[in-house]
Design a protein around this ligand. Sequence first.
Ligand code: FAD
Length: 398
Amino acid sequence: MKSSYDILVVGGGPAGALAAKTAARAGNSVCLIEKRSAIGTPVRCAEGVGKELLKEYIKPDPRWISAEIERARLISPDGTTVSLEQDKAGNEVGYVLDRKVFDRELVWQAAEAGADVVVKTRATEPIMENGGVRGAKVLSSGTPAEIRAEVVLAADGTEAQFARRAGLDTTVPLREMMSCAQYLMTGIDIDAGSTDFYLGNEVAPEGYLWVFPKGDRTANVGIGISGRKSRDGSRAKDYLDRFVAKNFPDGKMIEAIVGGVPVCRPLACTVADGLMVIGDAARVVDPLTGGGIGNAMFTGRLAAQVASECISAGDCSKEALMSYDAGWRASHMGRIIERNYKVKEYFITLDDKKLNTLAASIANISLKEFSVSTLIKELIKRNPKMLLELKALKDMLA
Ligand SMILES: Cc1cc2nc3c(=O)[nH]c(=O)nc-3n(C[C@H](O)[C@H](O)[C@H](O)COP(=O)(O)OP(=O)(O)OC[C@H]3O[C@@H](n4cnc5c(N)ncnc54)[C@H](O)[C@@H]3O)c2cc1C
């Protein structure tokens, strides 16, 4: 680790790794620091990801694919199942990853591209000069040091501490922080080709419960609920325990995790003078699905491209870096986040009866060519009693 670089990346998750790889490939001197002693552990993720989405960033490799997924199923409170099968070209839809291996591979690719990767090194605060970020104060294996950089890319995950310390507003409303609990379970009977989402206030109030297969009768079984507790005082783990006791009484729990997923709108501004915020720290998790791996990689790559251009032009001011902020907001990803935020806000208002009605009305149709707009049209056609509500949703998305 040197004391000065073109680009300093704080955090070795998918956002930081893609940013470091892209920036190093563009010829910049790059340092990626990670506070943990090993990249990728412990895993705080259900590890589901779309195939198409991933293809853009990394070649599929059986070393980090735990399972191939053919369909996603939505299970309503009364057990009605809606199956979303395959993409338009008939390809399998996704993977469940082994993120310990996946994250390590991404960071290894950054190192191979020329980035210095330093673990056990935590950014404690930004170096601020003339109102801008000029690097980071760090604790590297317990020893204080300073790393200066033209641009810092903050990829430090949900807590977004680096951006907050640099003066950005990173507040998440309590109800928009989904609290999660997850067990890695083995010895359970599941559909090995399906990611299952259980909906309803009994199972997961204002959220959902997931079963993501990892091969060999093993799965990530997890839950996210809105806020820290539900109205009756139950926590995410209480709901998960009830579900597991009922559905997988003979299963064995191998690993347990807790975590939070911000299902809010992204940061109002993701840049400052000398600073760009990427991945979960920028709050670009999909607010409807809770998926953030692809969006983390997308923002990491885009930020590194913009940072490289700004460094070459000798201008890393907030104004110059703003093309990253404007770029991701105008992108397909930015538009989907905005749309899915509205869909999520609508779905959390539905009681179990309405969820059952909607699920029953589309359970028997083929959703192979599924798109949100065609689905809403179909729902409106089939649910005259909910016409006004569904029309309001359609207008919101127009
Ligand atoms: C329970 C749960 C289930 C999820 N399931 C899915 C899913 O199925 N599919 C999906 O797409 N997404 C899922 N997500 C979201 C997904 O995990 C994140 O969106 C993704 O990991 C974001 O990547 P990132 O690089 O932005 O942040 P992270 O992966 O969180 O990486 C941030 C890194 O920064 C490091 N760091 C933090 N502070 C510092 C510091 N001060 N100095 C140095 N390093 C620091 C951390 O140790 C960490 O390694 C889930 C999240 C949770 C909590």
